[in-house]
Design a protein around this ligand. Structure first.
Ligand SMILES: [Zn+2]
Length: 506
């Protein structure tokens, strides 16, 4: 691992210190100290500076993700709606968790993300859970990214939004046993699930990772968690102050399930059991209604919107203008499903802006709101609340030195007009290929497209070699499970379209 010494200062041709609020400044020096920003001042003599021409901006945040390393289309899941897509995640065997997490984190940080949420729903297995969590924490340390680690928790509905027995009876008989064996839920008591979170937190603390890993409760979603489990999590979060990270209303079928099973309102239900607090982040809310958004805003929970994921999994387009109108705190998530399957947070931000800024002369998402979405609000979901949280998303004295530096000459490669607003060019065309450096907490973690803390190409090659070996060693078993998953995906279509999830369980 290469040493990452803190930088003392950064010189840039352009600075977007508070995008959407403050105009871009030309020729600035950012002085760094103790992981934060000490001062920001004009460069004494811009012309004499030999530094490459850089555009500095606050680093981005990814408020909802899962540290998955293999991409959906690779797994054969392209074009599947969420409900049929989920089983495809298991078509590859578990691998070394450090290799998986490090390669996934490296891709995120190369694309400008300093704070990254990990809702750990895909356990690699082969070791105790806390050991696996410790390996993920080491990967985050080595890559140089801060993570929220939400321990995934669930105790019902392993196959669809319904009791497993009811779903199994709707599948073709030939796959029922295999599906039941692999996917049916083996319930674990709320007390045991909470104890696991405590154990992970202890391991993170003992391993010296508490500075860059925030352990959280990660109930998968209401349809996947019994009420006693959700109530226990709400109480534990109130006692410990730990954040909670959960999916909500991602798809139309989840909407149907929620309406049938929580006629008083699913968001009202979360509020009644004490889960709807400022400590909670709700991923998606793509099918939330205005009165639900108003309550989420009132209680101060965060919504993590995953634009590309919602498109890729055919979930829909989240009502972001409506969320903003109600005063919700909205943060960007990539959910491992960026538009090009590359974790490019810059392109993700631009896609969200294109969809939500408003049509014609209407403005339904301002640039200031966009920046809060892409950079300022996410760190709170990742790290929990705190005084530093108010400073995120800006380059200003006292803020953390989480900075992305773009190659200005590559971004403005026409260079015709000196007065072109750098924020316009950023929002028009910037993507991960323009990133020259990324700093997290004042340390350079990416330089010229390369992650400095790990040998990413070597780790990726190692992971792929091991995966190919594991697949070859059990070629028949892997193929037969892939075929089962394809058949399951087909059978789930008629199951959901029949509307049966409405009344089949409580
Ligand atoms: Zn997700």
């Amino acid at each position: 691992m290469l040493a990452r010494t803190p930088e003392e200062h950064i010189d840039c041709a352009w600075l977007l210190a508070d995008p959407g609020v403050q105009p871009a400044q030309r020729g600035m020096r950012i002085a760094l100290e103790g992981g934060g920003i000490r001062s920001v001042a004009p460069l004494p003599d811009l012309a004499a500076s030999s530094a490459p021409r850089l555009l500095a901006l606050p680093a981005l945040a990814n408020a909802h993700d899962h540290a998955r390393t293999f991409r959906s289309a690779t797994l054969g899941a392209f074009g599947q709606p969420l409900e049929s897509w989920l089983p495809f995640l298991g078509v590859v065997p578990g691998m070394d968790p450090y290799l998986c997490a490090a390669t996934s984190f490296a891709r995120s940080v190369r694309h400008g993300v300093a704070n990254l949420m990990v809702h750990y729903t895909r356990v690699q297995g082969g070791m105790a859970y806390a050991d696996e969590a410790a390996a993920v924490a080491r990967a985050a340390r080595d890559v140089g990214v801060r993570i929220g680690f939400a321990v995934a928790m669930r105790d019902r509905h392993g196959i669809a939004y319904c009791d497993d027995a009811a779903v199994l009876s709707a599948l073709r008989p030939g796959i029922r046993d295999a599906v039941a064996e692999r996917l049916a839920v083996k319930p674990v008591s709320p007390a045991q699930q909470l104890a696991l979170v405590d154990e992970v937190a202890r391991r993170v603390e003992e391993g010296g990772h508490a500075g860059h890993v925030t352990v959280q409760y990660g109930p998968a979603a209401v349809q996947w968690c019994s009420t006693p489990l959700l109530e226990a999590i709400a109480r534990a979060s109130a006692d410990t102050g730990r954040p909670v990270h959960m999916h909500l209303l991602e798809t139309r079928y989840q909407r149907d399930w929620a309406d049938a099973n929580h006629p008083g309102g699913i968001v009202r239900f979360l509020d009644d059991i004490g889960l709807l607090t400022p400590r909670l982040t709700l991923a998606h809310c793509a099918w939330a209604r205005p009165e639900e958004l108003a309550l989420i805003a009132e209680r101060g929970a965060t919504i993590a919107v995953n634009t590309s994921s919602n498109l890729g999994l055919k979930s829909g387009i989240a009502p972001v203008p409506e969320m903003l109108k109600h005063g919700c705190r909205v943060a960007m998530g990539l959910d491992g499903m960026a538009f090009d399957e590359d974790d490019d947070a810059l392109r993700e931000m631009r896609l969200a802006y294109s969809l939500h800024r408003g049509w014609g002369y209407d403005t339904t998402m301002t640039r200031e709101q966009l920046w809060a979405f892409a950079s300022g609000n996410g760190p709170r979901s990742v790290r929990g609340g705190g005084a530093w949280g108010r400073q995120s998303g800006r380059i200003a004295p006292g803020a953390p030195a989480d900075i992305v530096l773009l190659d200005w000459d590559a971004l403005d490669d026409d260079a015709l007009f000196a007065e072109t607003d750098p924020l316009d060019l950023l929002l028009a065309r910037a993507n991960g290929s323009h990133i020259a450096k990324v700093l997290v907490g004042g340390r350079r973690v990416v330089d010229r497209g390369r992650v400095l803390g790990i040998d990413e190409p070597a780790l990726r090659a190692e992971l792929l070699a091991r995966m190919r070996g594991a697949l070859a060693a059990d070629a028949a078993g892997a193929l037969s499970w892939r075929e089962t998953v394809k058949a399951l995906a087909e059978d789930l279509g008629p199951f959901y379209r029949s509307g049966r999830i409405g009344g089949c369980c409580g």
